[in-house]
Design a binder for this molecule. Structure first.
Ligand code: GAR
Length: 210
């Protein structure tokens, strides 16, 4: 049995991706525990779900710090108190400093609601509709200093339909996020992701002993 890995999840709001990961970890008996859910906003809805599942929660409010560096230092201290093997950004809406990103190099994942490298940044569904693309989607990637451009672990595509609004498109993408993010996190905790030259290679799952 491999050692249990500690996952710390960072959220800013609803936390539906965090919920999908918590549920998959329990249902599929991952060799991992969600050690904590940390938010930069005290009013993040996802905190109540975490608490109701017995997961420790913490709030590190960015408003309490004068600089990004000071906030990121306090955030890292809170995260490291849970001895994370993996930090999962799940709708964590903060730009991170290079020092913070470096500290978690190779052990921090993010989900972005577009098929990267298209549509980095905010309002990705609006960007997709404005560009007239016929497929859109979501990407799980390792976090690097280059915002929304780290090594890609997994992606899912959805059609863009003629009558789509940002809301309908976002909902279609979110459904896929809830599939690919737990799957990617699981591959990480199983030790199956290898990054070389900015590309992710995925090892086959270990075969079960008969
Ligand atoms: C998700 O769609 C996620 O991809 C996006 O925020 C939403 C959070 O939803 N993340 C970003 O835009 C990151 N730049 P959730 O809180 O319900 O998981």
């Amino acid at each position: 049995m491999p050692a249990m890995k500690n996952i710390v999840v960072l959220i800013s709001g609803r936390g539906s991706n965090m919920q999908a990961i918590v549920k998959a970890a329990q249902a599929e008996r991952w060799p991992a525990r969600i050690a904590a859910v940390i938010s930069n906003r005290a009013d993040a809805e996802g905190l109540a779900f975490a608490a109701s599942h017995g997961i420790p929660t913490a709030v590190v409010s960015n408003k309490a710090f004068a600089t990004r560096e000071a906030f990121d230092a306090a955030l890292a201290q809170a995260i490291d108190g849970f001895q994370p093997d993996l930090v999962v950004l799940a709708g964590f809406m903060r730009i991170l400093t290079p020092g913070f990103v470096e500290h978690y190099a190779g052990r921090m994942l993010n989900i972005h609601p577009s098929l990267l490298p298209s549509f980095a940044g905010l309002a990705t569904h609006r960007q997709a509709l404005a560009a007239g693309v016929k497929v859109h989607g979501a990407t799980v990637h390792f976090v690097t200093a280059n915002l929304d451009h780290g090594p890609i672990v997994d992606q899912a595509a959805v059609p863009v339909l003629p009558d789509d609004t940002e809301t309908t498109l976002a909902a279609r993408v979110l459904e896929q996020e809830h599939i690919i993010y737990p799957r990617a996190v699981r591959m990480f905790v199983e030790g199956r992701l290898r990054v070389a030259n900015g590309l992710v290679r995925i090892d086959a799952p270990a075969t079960q002993p008969a």
